[in-house]
Design a binder for this molecule. Structure first.
Ligand code: ADP
Ligand code: ZN
Ligand code: ZN
Length: 739
């Protein structure tokens, strides 16, 4: 006997609640998540429409009390039912409850009413009204007079304006309504975010020869019955955005809609502007600063067919278009495409799944594809399409690598090497612009030797150890711990420690070394307020400053034609993060940073400072050689069984009580050992997470690797049940990550 979990009403907070129904034998084949069914509901058994969110063999209640599904409506495949099916897939793939998945996918409506505006329209005879106005003027009916004058002038007024500003209360309106002069109406309003600075331009889309070939290849693939996802691999500035726009044009022409995912609005505002210039108000923009209500309204407009293109971050993927034709994922390799909330979905995989279910296509683009996407393109699972040249054949910048160990030998302890300093002088002399980039993420806890570049790494996991309290070094994968050495174990130098240089410090050095230069700084501190990103970037692009100093934020998506020099202060910072992606991230960041130079007519130059000039991520970024990087990085992943060479399930546990958390993680570890064959077990941890405690909540991680995702999924499902039935886990927050 099989049962279906059905939600009756998806438009309200009722998604929290599902009801179980028995599936009649003859319907067994047809019932799957997302299917619309008719079920008897409530005491009177009135027939209601419901959505199946899951199928199971286990009855939740006394089987005699479970009612039977009445019928399936096969032709009723709504946008919602497709999104529900997608949620079901996310639940299975990433591990979450169905409710968590539904809340991610469906536009939230809880407690948000569509906003309405009450309007008053003038609908009487003009002449009669003017006569009446004359009568009223100077009379004691001052509010009537004010109101009539205003509505005669405007034709319509907002109710709140009339009552608050004009003092026209119910009795006044009543008076005019009875005379048939006005009519009141509620109009639904969209909370449309400010798109004022977006303008439609009359532009024709012209493609160069290489871009045209790329588009043709993609169209050819789309004619296939099972079109593959496309990976558009094009160097920075090769015109990937042009290609996306051409594809979208086609999709719109066929009466379908497109979703364009971008990593982060604030940082890719130019891209948004280009889409708007091309497609005008066919485009809607979602951004992370929108309120829930605004977001909901944007989705509603999409559902009603009022917009054809939705541009936005990860969550725009769930735009309820009724006839989705294309999902574009720009800068596919960006880490913002991975959700940090349960379900921890990846936008790339989820987009491909949605496209598969709705017969749409996926095109993802990058100058530095993720290993995961590129390995799939190599195996033929994705179609690889290349753009090899920058638009107008502008050359890629000249790159030099500066070995910081040599600088120390020469006695230079400044954050600026001799070469970078000389290049800066030259750039300033020519009145061109420079960008200085510090690729430091949240913190840099790693410890290295300034004399020889040696980095303290975990002997078991090959990731950097992190410094704690200045005394101990810890691996955040396996929990390995050691005492921080006083001298470098490799060369004996006492110059061993954490790298400490922030953007502020660089700014100070510049003030001292180049007092005449105008410097702008962009980092977490200077971008806290709304619009601050855009302001800083706009000022820099108007050449109101000579040097822009910043973190990751400055390397994305912007075109500054006067920038001819890019300096990377310490390439190692991102290389020594305590996770296996750091080589990949470093290559991506450096390639993007270097790609910022020489985008205008003047050729560019980049200087990369590093303690590890021999590292393949740095060498390959300097020569812009993706193939070389891919070969080395894939070799490392294969050796260490890290994704995409294998799959990895990470179990996060969080709890205020550290002892309880450790115990729970230990039980989880023991459970996994119990349910898995020994030879399949590649477990690392449990260990403190890289941020081991946040707001007094302790966090631990446990990793399980396997070449077979199905194995990990099976373990996860058993574990989910184990955790659910054991009350000992009640106080522990558990999250899964599958990659
Ligand atoms: P990518 O997305 O690959 O970094 P873009 O699409 O942003 O590349 O193109 C880089 C620059 O070159 C942009 O300023 C864009 O307007 C310009 N460009 C690219 N292709 C064309 C084209 N076919 N016609 C006109 N301008 C183009
Ligand atoms: Zn050393
Ligand atoms: Zn380790």
């Amino acid at each position: 006997m099989t049962y279906a979990d059905v939600i009756i009403d998806i438009s309200h907070e009722k998604v929290d609640r599902d009801f179980q129904y028995r599936i009649p034998d003859e319907l067994e084949q047809e019932i799957k998540p997302g299917v619309v069914v008719t079920v008897p509901f409530g005491k009177g058994n009135t027939l209601r429409k419901g959505y199946v969110i899951g199928v199971t063999e286990k009855a939740k209640y006394d089987t005699s009390r479970i009612k039977m599904i009445q019928s399936v409506s096969t032709d009723d495949e709504t946008t919602e039912s497709r999104l529900i099916a997608l949620a079901a897939w996310m639940k299975e793939t990433y591990g979450s409850t169905m409710i968590q998945a539904l809340k991610t996918v469906l536009p939230v409506k809880d407690k948000i009413r569509a906003k309405e505006k009450r309007l008053i329209f003038f609908c009487g005879e003009r002449q009669a009204a003017e006569e009446l106005l004359e009568e009223l003027s100077g009379s004691r009916f001052r509010a009537r007079e004010r109101f009539l004058r205003a509505i005669l002038e405007a034709g319509r007024l907002e109710y709140t304006y009339a009552s608050k500003e004009l003092g026209a209360g119910a009795s006044v309106l009543d008076f005019f309504e009875k005379k048939g002069m006005i009519r009141l109406e509620n109009q639904e309003m969209y909370r449309i975010p400010n798109q004022a600075d977006l303008v439609k331009e009359d532009c024709e889309l012209c493609l160069n020869a290489e871009q045209n070939v790329a588009v043709k290849q993609i169209f050819r693939e789309w004619k296939e019955p099972e079109a593959r996802p496309v990976l558009l691999f094009g160097v920075t500035g090769s015109g990937k955005t042009q290609v996306y726009m051409r594809l979208i044009q086609q999709v719109i022409q066929e009466g379908k809609q497109a979703i364009v995912l971008i990593p982060e609005i604030a940082l890719t505002y130019q891209t948004v502007r280009r889409f708007y210039a091309m497609f005008g108000d066919k485009v809607s923009v979602l951004n992370s600063r929108l309120s829930q209500g605004e977001r909901y309204d944007q989705f509603k407009r999409a559902k009603r067919g009022e917009v054809q293109v939705m541009v936005g971050p990860r969550s725009a993927l769930f735009t309820p278009f009724s006839n989705l034709g294309l999902i574009v994922i720009d800068e596919e390799h960006e880490s913002t495409y991975k959700s940090e909330n349960t379900p921890r979905y990846h936008a790339r995989e989820t987009a491909i799944q949605r496209a598969r279910m709705e017969h749409a296509n996926v095109v993802m683009g990058s100058a530095t594809p993720s290993l995961s996407a590129y390995s799939r393109a190599e195996s033929g699972e994705y179609l690889l399409v290349k753009l090899n040249a920058r638009y107008k054949e502008r050359p890629l910048p000249q790159v030099s690598i500066v070995d910081l160990r040599e600088e120390l030998k020469k006695g230079n302890r400044s954050v600026l090497s001799t070469e970078l300093k000389a290049s800066l002088s030259e750039t300033l002399r020519k009145k061109e612009q420079a960008m200085l980039f510090l690729n430091r993420r949240g913190y840099a806890g790693f410890v290295s030797c300034r004399a020889c570049g040696h980095v303290m790494k975990c002997p078991h996991c090959d990731v950097s150890l992190s410094e704690h309290n200045g005394r101990r070094l810890i691996c955040h994968y396996c929990g390995y711990e050691t005492v921080k050495p006083q001298v470098c174990p490799s060369c004996g130098s006492p110059h061993i420690g954490g790298f400490k240089a922030g953007t502020q410090q660089i700014e100070k050095v510049l003030e001292k070394d180049f007092p005449e230069a105008r410097v702008l700084r962009m980092d977490f501190d200077t971008t806290r307020t709304k619009d601050s990103y855009e302001k800083i970037l706009a000022a820099f692009s108007r050449h109101e400053a000579d040097i822009l100093v910043g973190t990751q934020m400055i390397v994305k998506g912007h075109d500054f034609p006067d920038v001819t020099l890019v300096g990377v202060i310490a390439a190692d910072l991102s290389l020594n993060m305590d996770d296996y992606h750091c080589g990949e991230r470093t290559f991506q960041l450096l390639t993007q940073a270097v790609g910022r130079a020489g985008r205008g007519v003047k050729p560019g130059h980049a200087v990369i400072q590093t303690y590890q000039p021999e590292h393949y991520s740095i060498r390959a970024a300097a020569t812009q050689d993706y193939a070389e990087f891919y070969k080395e990085e894939m070799g490392y992943r294969l050796l260490m069984d890290y994704p995409p060479a294998a799959h990895m399930m990470t179990i996060f546990g969080a709890c205020q009580d550290e002892e309880l958390l450790k115990k729970a993680m230990y039980y989880i570890e023991a459970f996994i050992c119990r349910v898995s064959p020994k030879e399949e077990l590649h477990m690392i941890g449990p260990a403190a997470a890289s941020v081991g405690k946040v707001k007094d909540v302790y966090r631990q991680v446990l990793h399980l690797k396997n070449v077979d995702m199905a194995f990990l999924t099976a373990v996860r499902e058993k574990l989910e049940q184990y955790i659910e039935i054991n009350s000992g886990f009640r106080k522990i927050y558990i999250q899964f990550d599958m990659s």
